[in-house]
Write a new protein. Structure first.
Length: 213
């Protein structure tokens, strides 16, 4: 029990976040299932069972579109913060310290390119996976809607260039970029005590990168 308690304590943040993810995705599936069956009823179609609904493009499109936007948000922060700066933000490198760091990296040449960029590469892979899942599930959901009104299906490639796909995609992207931009700017002068995502309360507004030191 002591070992288990220690594991839970050491990993409590990730455990809590993954648990909230599982709770939210489970809770979201039930109203989504109800809405789908209401749509089918309006067109005098047989309702779907819950487990069948979980295999539909309608269910997966909503998940994948949000996943790829969230991954894009964090991946952008990871990559852009490696060479762009925001004075006063805890998640920005200090330009002067970054210059000194670049000058002293000769000892790190033994790391290969993949190791040095592994975090951004993983986020790129996650983005491509979720984007592809969104594309295919979205095409399936769109063709299901078209079938309800007697229209013929379109190809996945045609859906990729459709207004429907990019309307949903860019709608999630703009929200994620706004959220991360607000986060970066607000952390310059606002604080959260005991949070490593915040500068110390006594830090000046121009202090940059304090959370990462």
């Amino acid at each position: 029990m002591g070992k288990l308690r220690e594991i839970v304590k050491d990993n409590s943040l990730s455990i809590t976040l993954f648990a909230l993810f599982a709770i939210c995705i489970s809770a979201q599936s039930f109203p989504g299932w109800k809405v789908q069956n209401e749509t089918l009823a309006l067109h005098h179609r047989e309702p779907l069972g819950y487990w069948n609904y979980l295999t539909t493009g309608t269910f997966w499109e909503g998940l994948a579109s949000n996943w790829q936007a969230a991954v894009l948000q964090l991946g952008s922060l990871i990559v852009f913060s490696s060479f762009l700066y925001q004075r006063g933000a805890p998640h920005s490198l200090d330009p002067l310290k970054a210059k000194n760091r670049k000058g002293g990296r000769k000892g790190g040449r033994h790391f290969n390119w993949i190791q040095r960029h592994s975090l951004s590469l993983v986020f790129l892979a996650l983005f491509l996976f979720s984007f592809t899942l969104h594309l295919f599930s979205g095409a399936s959901a769109y063709n299901t809607t078209r079938a309800l009104v007697g229209q013929s299906p379109i190809s996945t490639m045609n859906f990729l260039f459709s207004a429907n796909f990019w309307s949903v995609t860019l709608d999630t992207w703009q929200a994620e970029y706004l959220a991360i931009a607000l986060y970066i700017v607000l952390t310059i002068f606002l604080h959260q005590e005991h949070s490593p995502e915040s500068k110390p309360n006594e830090a000046r507004e121009e202090t940059t990168g304090e959370a990462n030191e």
